[in-house]
Design a protein around this ligand. Structure first.
Ligand code: ATP
Length: 224
């Protein structure tokens, strides 16, 4: 049997403050499990859920992302939300992408912890009606929790292991991922404490951060 979303393009939206190895790994797991043509990591210009204090500028986050994916086949970076009004709402972004590129199926990639917060997003509960979702296992939130969440909001049917079809909507595919408990907050905390971040972020990202530490510390140390 072919891969369920073969040829589609993944969009991994996030803050990426900064990008870390968990982001790269989840994008690759989604791509390989679902047969996606590629996955674009797309930083939010102004994330609605996260504090602006302590946020690196859009161009700085974009620059680190470009370094992170360089040479990794099947991953790209999109600056699309840089040209959209702030705050960056995934529903609006995906609607806009669909209007601009009607022949491309965009699959929204997110961690399972974030799936559970969809009711707090702008039109979050409409997302699975608009786009296929690739939900990557994070922190042990797997199929049972995903099914319970889906059942609380939609009717859906089981289309095989990890595949759920929302009635009147799209596919919600659960993607297994080796547990990598790295987060951007962990990277920021360690970097601000002068600790080593090798193994948590791609080497090119680490090198850039260590070459100009003040550019990062000034911003991150101003976090509330
Ligand atoms: P922060 O620590 O600042 O809250 P974060 O590490 O969660 O940030 P985001 O940019 O907010 O990073 O995450 C973008 C997406 O990547 C989200 O859907 C999130 O669930 C997912 N994600 C981030 N880290 C991991 C990880 N280690 N494993 C699986 N999914 C992850």
């Amino acid at each position: 049997m072919g891969k369920p979303l073969a040829g589609s393009v993944g969009v991994l939206g996030g803050t990426f403050n900064p990008v870390h190895n968990g982001h790269l790994r989840m994008a690759l797991e989604a791509r390989e499990a679902l047969g996606l043509e590629r996955v674009d990591l797309m930083p939010a210009l102004a994330p609605p859920h996260k504090a602006r204090a302590g946020l690196l500028d859009f161009d700085a986050r974009l620059g680190l992302l470009r370094e992170a994916v360089r040479g990794v086949e099947g991953l790209g970076v999109s600056d699309f939300e840089g040209g959209m009004p702030a705050p960056s709402y995934s529903f609006v972004t995906l609607s806009r992408l669909r209007g601009l590129l009607p022949d491309v199926n965009h699959v929204f990639v997110l961690g399972s912890t974030d799936l559970l917060t969809l009711p707090e997003w702008h039109r979050g509960l409409e997302l699975p009606l608009l786009a296929d979702l690739a939900v990557v296992d994070r922190m042990g939130i797997g199929q049972d929790a995903v099914d319970a969440f889906l059942a609380a909001h939609w009717r859906f049917r089981d289309e095989g292991p990890g595949l759920r079809r929302i009635d009147g909507g799209r596919l919600v595919a659960l993607v297994p991922m080796p547990r990598l408990d790295v987060s951007a907050s962990m990277v920021r905390d360690k970097f601000c404490a002068g600790l080593e971040i090798a193994g948590l972020v791609p080497e090119a990202v680490r090198r850039t951060m260590r070459a100009r530490p003040a550019a990062f510390l000034d911003r991150w140390k101003s976090q509330p």
